[in-house]
Design a protein around this ligand. Structure first.
Ligand code: ADP
Length: 498
């Protein structure tokens, strides 16, 4: 691929000329333990790639109720920490697992994480503030000090504020460099400023750009206090510096422009492999793409569609929120169904999209299949059985759906934004290199234009197979990106020493 994979990350020095790094990931979700979206994929797979490069990586995350302790071998090791929470101090247990080959620590506190879902509880900002505090307290109890803390998204902004503003005199903590990765600028962790007291700050710290008076903004704090900041694709890194896409934080990000870079997410190619995926109805390779029809039929059966082997099946596996461009699909739907197509949607989210999709299903019986759960098996079946994979996102920091789709031979139709623009090559514009179909205007007409080009290509089997095969052959594994993260960690350590 000629696509740029990063901006501004320092050149990688390979080999053993630098000692292995000790890196602690702090994150709200991590596959396979629990997953809501792409954040879990990244936190579950980047540590493995870094480990392959010889680094010592560990992860700390909350232990939510649905995490299956037995299945994942969670161990109680008699480790308890005292976590200040407002005027209170809570005794909290840390449990451990090495299920994924990476030591993973879980903050187990019934009050804050004895909940069934990761996000969306009314007190979630307080819960993740507590988690951030716990992560810092936890480091005190370890006989291992990270060189770098790699913190992810707003849920961990308080940990970086804590380190930068309070703990610098602590000999155990003062040498730790920090990297903050923004996976989605939309979610910022906003709260009233009573939270400062809960977080253990006696005075409200100095105001920063993007944090209005009387408010706490943990994403802004993460950006302000980290040694270096990055996001998950080069294009999104550039987009978030603009007022149109900066979500109120473009000013703050621009102040730190020199420390903001973009590194494309990788995909765990062992985890996502159509040749070995036991959750498919039929496995296949680039040489046996015809076997995908077995998966297509399974999707059609499972979601109540007519069995039509030759009708293009359009798949979506996504959270159903405005970001993902569902409005464009709904607006285009009636014109779309003038074509011979079927549509399957797996995902849940905003009620208005559940309703709109249910109406479509009623209007086009046998042509629309819906499931509003989190369903890993069905997701894989859709990647392995759909012909086209639709991602008309208004913005997309990186997007993993299109990477998985290419890996599984479902041709992506995407809007040219963020990581989608960096990873999918338009087959019309680059006939010998194209891996999908790309459109720019965020309109139903723009979407239909790209879909029509894709549907025309579908009618030319040789051309279609060539596009699929190029998708399968594209390399978005972690290898390159993990090396770029190592360079970023080294840059953070250098910045921190200064
Ligand atoms: P985001 O992180 O914004 O949700 P990404 O495309 O980066 O979007 O990652 C989404 C990930 O979550 C992909 O691995 C996708 O397969 C998965 N996913 C999304 N919704 C579901 C669902 N309902 N069931 C199973 N997997 C899902």
């Amino acid at each position: 691929m000629s696509t740029p994979r990063s901006v501004k990350a320092e050149p990688v020095r390979s080999g053993t000329d630098r000692p292995p790094l000790k890196i602690l990931f702090i994150a709200a979700e991590c596959a396979p333990f629990i997953k809501v979206g792409g954040l879990a994929d990244v936190v579950g797979s980047l540590p493995l790639a870094l480990k392959e490069l010889g680094h010592d990586v560990r992860v700390i995350m909350p232990r939510y109720r649905p995490i299956d302790g037995k299945h994942f071998g969670l161990k109680r090791v008699d480790r308890f920490i005292e976590v200040p929470a407002g005027t209170d101090t809570r005794t909290t247990e840390i449990v451990e697992s090495t299920f994924s080959g990476v030591p993973t620590y879980f903050v187990w506190d019934e009050r804050f994480f004895g909940r069934d879902r990761v996000y969306g509880e009314p007190d979630e900002v307080m819960a993740f503030t507590f988690f951030s505090r716990a992560a810092i307290e936890f480091i005190h109890t370890l006989d291992w000090t990270p060189d770098v803390i790699h913190a992810h998204d707003w849920h961990t902004g308080c940990a970086l504020a804590q380190l930068a503003l309070r703990e610098r005199r602590d000999p155990k903590l003062k040498s730790i460099a920090t990297v903050f990765t923004i996976h989605n600028l939309l979610y910022q962790g906003l709260s009233g400023d009573a939270l400062w007291q809960f977080a253990g700050f006696t005075d409200r710290p100095r105001r920063i750009s993007g944090e209005p008076p009387g408010r706490v903004n943990w994403l802004a704090r993460g950006i302000a206090h980290a040694d270096v900041v990055n996001t998950v694709s080069p294009t999104y890194a550039a987009e978030i510096l603009t007022p149109e896409m900066g979500n109120g934080l473009d000013g703050l990000l621009s102040q730190r422009r020199g420390q903001v870079s973009g590194i494309l997410n990788g995909l765990d190619y062992a985890e996502w492999n159509p040749a070995t995926d036991t959750r498919l109805a039929a496995t296949y390779t680039a040489a046996t793409l015809k076997r995908r029809s077995i998966n297509k039929r399974a999707v059609q059966d499972q979601l109540g569609l007519k069995r039509k082997p030759r009708t293009p099946l359009i798949g979506l596996v996504t959270r159903l929120y405005d970001q993902k461009g569902l409005d464009l699909i709904v607006a285009a739907a009636d014109r779309l169904f003038e074509r011979d197509v079927q549509l399957v949607v797996l995902g849940s989210g905003d009620e208005k999209y559940h309703t709109a999709l249910a109406e479509l299903k009623a209007r086009y019986p046998g042509r629309v299949g819906l499931e509003h759960n989190f369903n890993e098996r069905l997701a894989r079946l859709i990647y392995g059985g759909s012909d086209l994979f639709l991602m008309p996102s208004h913005f997309e920091p990186c997007g993993l759906g299109q990477l998985i789709a290419m890996r599984y031979g479902s041709v992506p139709v995407v809007r040219a934004t963020g990581g989608l623009a960096d990873t999918v090559i338009d087959a019309g514009r680059a006939p010998n290199r194209g891996t999908g179909f790309v459109f720019k205007p965020a309109t139903a007409v723009g979407l239909l234009g790209a879909l029509d080009r894709a549907l025309a290509a579908y009618q030319e089997p040789d051309r279609w197979t060539a596009i699929q095969r190029r998708g399968l052959a594209a390399d978005f594994s972690w290898q390159v990106s993990a090396q770029q993260y190592v360079a970023l960690y080294q840059a953070a350590m250098k910045a921190h020493r200064k």
